[in-house]
Every structure is written in structure tokens, then in C-alpha cells.
Design a protein around this ligand. Structure first.
Ligand SMILES: *[C@@H]1O[C@H](CO)[C@@H](O)[C@H](O)[C@H]1NC(C)=O
Ligand SMILES: *[C@@H]1O[C@H](CO)[C@@H](O)[C@H](O)[C@H]1NC(C)=O
Ligand SMILES: *[C@@H]1O[C@H](CO)[C@@H](O)[C@H](O)[C@H]1NC(C)=O
Ligand SMILES: *[C@@H]1O[C@H](CO)[C@@H](O)[C@H](O)[C@H]1NC(C)=O
Ligand SMILES: *[C@@H]1O[C@H](CO)[C@@H](O)[C@H](O)[C@H]1NC(C)=O
Ligand SMILES: *[C@@H]1O[C@H](CO)[C@@H](O)[C@H](O)[C@H]1NC(C)=O
Ligand SMILES: *[C@@H]1O[C@H](CO)[C@@H](O)[C@H](O)[C@H]1NC(C)=O
Ligand SMILES: *[C@@H]1O[C@H](CO)[C@@H](O)[C@H](O)[C@H]1NC(C)=O
Length: 490
């Protein structure tokens, strides 16, 4: 039993005190049960189809699912659907769902993104970002950890940034104001009881070298390593301290363009950091707007090497089919002193080149990079996963090259779909919202998770002879016992 099981009840079948000899000692009957499925449809298609329950007001997306029958990795799907420009997802929230679209958990607060399982002190926790969304691509919030009883604590350090309150726009999904300084894009655990987070800082800058105003404004890309127990910052980095290695002109985002105009109310997001990961002692960061992945030295914050999606950066020119742009979720694998494998989600599209001849489909890529960097060495593309149908995701997205059994998971970000590929790249499972162009999820994960909420709050609704029961977030319930009080006839 996962959620909202309809118990086809004997309650309606003459099970009364007069005709049915109920035992007086409260023993149980086994009653057939099944999943209850009701789908809400908006005839104007303003909201994508959603699931409806008798016992709860949650409205996760109703999805189209295909599965080729090959084995899938165990676990639940984690996603955070949210609207692009209006209330076009019925509920914007953090959802954990089964492969067949049964809701397991809805995080019962608004403003949740990047929901997944991470491990702290060998204990699995649900982690999620909670905060207020900025209008253009970032946010201000905190990191929440919830344990297997679903009791939570937050990591909410004060970071040296200035958020811009004028860009807050919550699409009606939450309270206004600042929850904290941590940005949506990354909350990545390390193996040393710290967490890596992104933050976006509004700050004045002379932009005349790149065609902007001398009194221009940028939204700068920062990242921090934060000690979880003390909430102290143990490492911090900001991109504009390294303009000698990463000049403004490496940005592919126009100062004055569809995303900004370089003023205080619409600062230039020149770099747009969206993932961070510890590699050895150093930091691997992914920056959408410079089309580059950088390894940042933990000693002085300098760039050790960078892979540029167009020029190749330190690795020499990439073949056309290996080029990437506007990418997300760069991760290192198989790290040794002589090489590493680098995976990323290649959006290859943005508002600025959407569906242009240069923009290919979004895809997942893996590169084999020789180390240490040497001018004569290049990046070799070793994997390239195209979507099951052409997708052009302007923003967001995630790629995990091995989710446990060798299968691979791609979350298509702005295109609300998730694909599980086999180890050799064949599509095994695909799930999409019915109107994928209007709803999307920052990332997607598939992970094993167990929880039994500390609060005893299952909900039972009896209607027309059926009993409906659910318990938000309880993963390991195997059966329910339903009792009916009756008066004995004498
Ligand atoms: C309850 O009563 C039934 C019928 O009299 C009996 O078979 C069953 O063993 C009893 N259960 C318990 C737990 O005492
Ligand atoms: C809504 O979407 C469905 C499925 O894509 C389509 O068949 C239908 O025509 C759409 N309705 C409107 C009013 O756009
Ligand atoms: C943490 O748990 C409490 C108690 O269940 C709940 O009220 C609160 O909304 C949770 N906070 C977050 C940020 O999820
Ligand atoms: C947040 O601010 C917007 C714009 O001022 C307003 O329309 C909306 O009602 C506010 N939402 C809340 C929850 O206060
Ligand atoms: C970018 O700016 C740097 C200095 O800030 C300069 O050396 C370099 O030539 C510029 N590159 C291009 C392509 O304009
Ligand atoms: C810049 O963009 C903001 C937000 O869209 C707008 O309010 C402002 O008028 C623009 N300023 C200029 C100089 O274009
Ligand atoms: C890691 O190395 C193994 C063994 O060479 C290889 O099969 C696998 O594809 C590599 N992982 C990635 C993400 O490239
Ligand atoms: C770069 O690698 C080539 C081939 O392995 C080697 O001949 C050359 O000495 C290396 N250059 C440096 C600067 O390490």
C-alpha cells in the first residue's frame, strides 16, 4: 500500500449489527483494496491534468507513462513541478511518487525545490530547498533536512549577499519576503558533514566593457561550503573576484536581453552558477551563462581548469556533436589522478537562441577528461543521450549517469518529463506531464526512501460504501485494519 487505497468495503455489503455477526473481540477481516485514481482536467488546459484524492487536498501531476518492460532501478521519483509564467500547475510542490504515479509524499509547505535524499552521518535525509522564487531564475531560502520520521531542521546561514526584493514573484505560491540567503540551484552534501550551496548577490558593477552602463548592476554567482552542525561558512567564493580568469566577456548571456537589462531592478546574471560538487579538496562548479564547467582551487579560489561547451576551454575544441550550452548539473565520476568522467545536462537552448539553427535538442553528455590538464589533451565525449522525442529545455534539468543498477536518469527541466535509460542508453521508462510546455521541475531524482511520520495522522474517509485512507509520507504501510463499532443485538 502506498497511498490513498480504496478499501472495497464489506461495510456496504450487509455488514451491520443486525445481519452480520461481527466478532466482539475486534478481530480483522481482510478486505480487497486498490489504488484510487481520479484525474482533474482543466478544459482550457491552463493547468496540466492532476490527481485528486478523497482524503487529502494534494494535487500532484497526472502523468503519461511508458515502460518498455525492462528492469528499472528501485525507488521513487522525486520532482518539484512549478509553473513557468502563471498558475499552470495545479499544485506547485515537492512530490515523491511511485513509478506508476501514486503519490507517496507531498512536502506540505509551499516554495519547495530540489527535493531528494542525501546522507548525513550515514543517515538518509530528505533534503529540499524552501524559499521564495525570484522572477528570473534564482531564489532566496534555506535548506531543509527531514529524517525518516519527517521531523525537520534547517540550514539557513547568513551569507554575504544582497538579495533583490524587487525581483520576487511567487506566482501566488507563497509568502513574500526573504526566507534565507541560500539559492534554489544547489544544496549538495559533501562527505565531511558540510553542504555546498549557491547564492546570488545583487551588486553594482561597471559594465561598459561589455556594452552596459558604467553604473550597471550584476547578479553575481557565489558559492559556499557550510558546516551543517554549526551553520558556519567554511569556504566562500564569488565569481567577480576572478575576472582575470573568467572575464565578463566569457558570458553568453546578453547584458541587455530577454533576461535582464543590467540595472538594479534587472541585474545582469552574467554567470549563473547552478551546481557545485567537491572533487578531492577542490570545487567543481557549473555555470549556465558562460557555457562552462570549472574546477575551483580550495586554496585561493582560482580556476584550475575549465571546459567550455563551445571552445573547449583548457581541453581544446570540441567536435560539434559534443558542444554544449546553457547546461546544468555537472558531476565528476571515476576521479583519479590521471582522469575523470564529467556528466552534464546540455540544455542547448535558451530564450536567446531557442530553436535556432545552432540550437540542438537538449541531451545528456559524458566526457572523459585527462588530468592534469595539458594543452595537447582533449575532452572525449563518451556518452550522448537524446530525448525520446525532440525536447528543447531552455532552463533547468538534471542527469545522473548511474542511479544504482547502471540505469541512467534524465530530468528534462523546463520540459516536464523524466526518462530512465538503460546502461546502454535505451529508453526504458518515460513519464511526462500532459502539457509539458507549461509545467516543469528543476531536477528529477529516483531514489530509495523509507519514512514513518512521527505524527499519527492517517486520514479515513468513508463514502458510498468505500473506505479511503492515506497517510502522507508513510512509505512502509502494508495493510490497514478497519474497525466498525456496533451494538450487539440480544
Ligand atoms: C476473536 O474471535 C474470533 C471468533 O470468535 C476468534 O476466532 C479469534 O481467535 C478471536 N481473536 C482474538 C485475538 O482473540
Ligand atoms: C487540451 O489538450 C489536449 C491534449 O493535448 C488537446 O487534445 C485539447 O484540444 C486541448 N484543449 C484546448 C482547449 O486547448
Ligand atoms: C518542519 O516540520 C514542521 C512540523 O511538522 C512543519 O510545520 C514545518 O512546515 C516544516 N518545515 C519545513 C520547512 O518543511
Ligand atoms: C506577494 O506580493 C505580490 C505582489 O505585490 C502580491 O500580489 C501577492 O498577493 C503577495 N502574496 C502574499 C502571499 O502576500
Ligand atoms: C575578453 O576580455 C579580456 C580582458 O578582460 C580580454 O583580454 C580578451 O581579449 C577579451 N576577449 C574577447 C573575445 O573580447
Ligand atoms: C530594466 O528592466 C526593468 C524590469 O523589467 C524595468 O523595470 C526597467 O525599466 C528597465 N530599465 C531600462 C533602463 O530599460
Ligand atoms: C566509470 O568508469 C567505468 C569503468 O571504466 C565506466 O564503465 C563508466 O561508464 C564510468 N562512468 C561514467 C559516468 O563515465
Ligand atoms: C602534455 O602531454 C604530452 C603527451 O602526453 C607530453 O608530451 C607533454 O610533455 C605534456 N606537456 C606538459 C606541459 O605537461
Amino acid at each position: 500500500m502506498k497511498y490513498d487505497i480504496a478499501l472495497k468495503a464489506a461495510l456496504a455489503l450487509g455488514w451491520t449489527a443486525q445481519t452480520f455477526a461481527l466478532p466482539t473481540n475486534g478481530s480483522e477481516y481482510s478486505i480487497p483494496s486498490e489504488a484510487y485514481v481520479e484525474v482533474g482536467i482543466d478544459p482550457t488546459n491552463t493547468s496540466a491534468p492532476w490527481r485528486i484524492f478523497k482524503t487529502a487536498t494534494f494535487n500532484p501531476p497526472d502523468m503519461r507513462i511508458t515502460h518498455n518492460g525492462d528492469s528499472l532501478q528501485d525507488g521513487y521519483l522525486f520532482m518539484t513541478p512549478w509553473p513557468q509564467a502563471g498558475p499552470d500547475t495545479k499544485q506547485s510542490a515537492g512530490f515523491i511518487m511511485t513509478e506508476d504515479n501514486e503519490l507517496v509524499y507531498c512536502v506540505p509547505i509551499v516554495g519547495v525545490h530540489n527535493l531528494r535524499v542525501q546522507t548525513l552521518n550515514d543517515t538518509p535525509y530528505l533534503t529540499y530547498w524552501h524559499g521564495t522564487n525570484a522572477r528570473i531564475g534564482h531564489g532566496y531560502g534555506e535548506v531543509v533536512f527531514a529524517d525518516d520520521k519527517l521531523s525537520n531542521f534547517s540550514v539557513n546561514p547568513a551569507l554575504d549577499i544582497i538579495p533583490n526584493p524587487t525581483v520576487y514573484d511567487l506566482y501566488g505560491n507563497g509568502a513574500n519576503g526573504t526566507v534565507g540567503d541560500v539559492d534554489i540551484h544547489e544544496q549538495q552534501m559533501t562527505n565531511r558533514e558540510t553542504i555546498l550551496v549557491t547564492a546570488y548577490n545583487n551588486t553594482p558593477f561597471d559594465l561598459s566593457s561589455v556594452g552596459g552602463s558604467k553604473d550597471g548592476w550584476i547578479v553575481d554567482s557565489h558559492f559556499y561550503e557550510v558546516d551543517i552542525a554549526t551553520q558556519e561558512v567554511v569556504f566562500s567564493w564569488r565569481a567577480s573576484d576572478h575576472l582575470d580568469q573568467i572575464p565578463f566577456n566569457t558570458s553568453r548571456n546578453a547584458v541587455v536581453g530577454p533576461e535582464s537589462n543590467g540595472t538594479a531592478s534587472s541585474p545582469w546574471d552574467w554567470m549563473h552558477i547552478n551546481s557545485i560538487e567537491l572533487v578531492g579538496e577542490d570545487y567543481l562548479i557549473d555555470c549556465r551563462h558562460t557555457w562552462s564547467v570549472y574546477l575551483i582551487s580550495h586554496v585561493d579560489g582560482s580556476v584550475i581548469w575549465h571546459l567550455d561547451g563551445e571552445t573547449g576551454g583548457d581541453f581544446g575544441k570540441l567536435p560539434l556533436e559534443a558542444t554544449f550550452r546553457w547546461q546544468h548539473d555537472a558531476r565528476a565520476h571515476n576521479v583519479t589522478s590521471t582522469s575523470l568522467d564529467l556528466s552534464l545536462f546540455d540544455n542547448h537552448n535558451s530564450d536567446q537562441d531557442h530553436h535556432s539553427t545552432e540550437a540542438g535538442q537538449s541531451k545528456a553528455l559524458v566526457f572523459h577528461l585527462d588530468m592534469p590538464v595539458n594543452d595537447s589533451w582533449s575532452a572525449t565525449m563518451t556518452r550522448r543521450l537524446l530525448p525520446p522525442q525532440p525536447f528543447y529545455a531552455d532552463a533547468m534539468g538534471s542527469y545522473i549517469p548511474d542511479i544504482g543498477n547502471g540505469n541512467q536518469l534524465v530530468g528534462w527541466g523546463q520540459v516536464a518529463a523524466t526518462t530512465e535509460y538503460g546502461p546502454d542508453g535505451e529508453v526504458r521508462y518515460h513519464t511526462a506531464f500532459e502539457t509539458p510546455e507549461t509545467v516543469f521541475s528543476y531536477r528529477a531524482y529516483k531514489q530509495v526512501w523509507h519514512a514513518t511520520p512521527a505524527d499519527w495522522d492517517p486520514v479515513l474517509v468513508v463514502e458510498n460504501g468505500k473506505a479511503y485512507v492515506s497517510w502522507n509520507g508513510a512509505t512502509d504501510v502494508e495493510s490497514w485494519s478497519v474497525y466498525r463499532r456496533c451494538r450487539l443485538q440480544v
